[in-house]
Write a protein that binds this ligand. Structure first.
Ligand code: CMC
Length: 423
């Protein structure tokens, strides 16, 4: 079988054979035959915007791998920091590489006092923590002037380390501000997830140590959220990065994309939906409303790429049981289970291949652990920073061109300006 396609321009009768490479055909070849004729692909439904060797995803089969390693194995055996190293460097670290990486991250967790005292303290008292995080990450670029040296290996590594290390500190600081609690400094004796929980919850105790089940559960959630190839926020990272802006500005853009309810805001929407449903008896009428279009969509269901059960959702469903052993069961769990059961046996959802996605159960865990709903997108941004930065590095190493799509213009033809008094 020939791995190629042939296109014919029916206006001229000319044809061109284009090879299929890695599952794609080069648009540059297409342009040779059809200059000025653009692919019309809103939402990038059929467009591969780059080549990448970071994450493999097969949405039909429900497969997700980071650098070739199945997500199930990483969730069972690895840690978020090890996964972050893997995403950024392409290989798992050996023992001494991992020690060095852990040390670097641990010793970059502090933020400049001005970021907290002047910048974060300037927000309105009820500021959303995700809005604070997006702005604070962008503001970091003004503290590190060397961040602009994006082709200097040493500087690049330093910014990557700073961003991964400071994200939990900024996230917790935003939360503490929004509830009027004093800022908690990082504790370098704790691991990544444990330190974040300490900065979130510490009150007057000399040292805060979270329940190890909860720390591990959070670390697994961080692993599951660390990358997901060319999703909306990662694409934002790549588009902004392609203009060669500094990594803090690009990460702020990615985090802003994550803020939306169709992306990182979906787990918050799930909790609101489950609370609105309220009782088991109301589940079936709610589903009927979703199908008829009179209700909102079923939040936490459906995915652009997965057309089967999201492998992350399967893992999260299991972790939920372990977390609820410690925290007590989230009362919304039964409604979620019922909703899933009804939806998965309903032709509307089956025919559209709509299954639970990563957000369907993660919010229940976060809520049981005590996180307010407004922190849910923030909890997504912390680990996704590793993925964003891995893609940013890959983009720079590929020496790629600035992102600049075309449009199909459908507006007015030329017309003459009419002065205000004559309109
Ligand atoms: N509930 C009910 N119907 C749905 C849903 C849903 N959650 N999702 C898709 N559909 C229907 C949709 O109405 C359409 O039906 P029809 O063909 O009759 O018009 C069909 O399924 C295809 O939907 P689409 O909007 O064309 O699909 P998309 O790939 O553009 O959207 C999505 C993907 C994730 C935005 C969408 O499924 C959705 O809105 N889900 C709910 C929000 C959510 O859970 N988002 C989290 C995504 S995973 C984490 C992340 O990436 O951040």
């Amino acid at each position: 079988m020939t791995e190629s396609i042939t296109i014919t321009d029916n206006r001229s009768g000319e044809s061109l054979e284009i090879p299929i490479v890695n599952g794609g055909v080069a648009a540059a070849d297409w342009s040779k035959l059809l200059p000025g004729v653009w692919f019309y692909d809103p939402g990038f439904m059929s467009t591969a915007a780059c080549e990448s060797s970071i994450t493999y995803l097969d949405g039909e089969a429900g497969i997700l791998r980071y650098r070739g390693y199945p997500i199930e194995q990483l969730a069972a055996e690895s840690t978020y920091l090890e996964v972050a190293y893997l995403l950024l460097n392409g290989e798992l670290p050996n023992a001494s590489e991992f020690d060095e990486w852990k040390h670097e991250i641990t010793y970059h967790t502090f933020i400049h006092e001005n970021v907290r005292k002047r910048f974060l303290d300037g927000f309105h008292y009820d500021a959303h923590p995700m809005g604070m995080l997006v702005s604070a990450v962008a503001a970091l670029s003004t503290f590190y002037s060397d961040a602009k040296d994006i082709f200097d290996e040493e500087s690049r590594h330093k910014q990557v380390t700073r961003l991964i290390a400071k994200m939990p500190t900024l996230a917790a600081a935003a939360h503490r501000f929004s509830v009027g609690m004093p800022f908690v400094y990082p504790d370098n004796s704790l691991d990544f997830a444990g330190n974040f929980l300490s900065m979130m919850w510490k009150v007057a105790e000399p040292r805060f140590e979270a329940d190890p089940v909860l720390t591990r559960a959070l670390d697994i959630l961080f692993i599951l959220h660390a990358d997901h190839e060319q999703n909306c926020s990662t694409s934002a990272m790549r588009v902004v990065g392609s203009s060669h802006s500094d990594p803090y500005s690009a990460t702020a853009a990615a985090a802003a994309a994550l803020y939306g309810p169709r992306h990182g805001g979906a787990n918050e929407a799930v909790i609101r939906m489950l609370s609105e449903i309220g009782t088991l008896d109301d589940v079936a009428p709610f589903i009927a409303g979703v199908k008829s279009g009179s209700h909102q969509r079923l939040q936490g269901f459906g995915h652009r790429v997965y057309k089967s059960y999201d492998p992350r959702a399967k893992i999260i469903k299991k972790i939920a049981d372990e977390v609820f052993e410690v925290t007590g069961k989230n009362p919304l769990l039964d409604i979620a289970l019922k909703l899933e059961e009804i939806a998965l046996s309903d032709d509307y959802f089956i025919s559209r291949k709509l299954y639970p996605n990563v957000d369907f159960y993660s919010g229940l865990i976060y809520q049981a652990m005590g996180f307010p709903l407004s922190m849910f997108p923030v909890l997504f941004a912390i680990p996704r920073t590793a993925g964003w930065l891995a893609h940013w590095q890959e983009l720079l190493d590929q020496d790629s061109r600035i992102a600049r799509p075309r449009q199909l213009y459908i507006g007015h033809d030329v017309r003459n300006y009419v002065p205000l008094g004559s309109r």
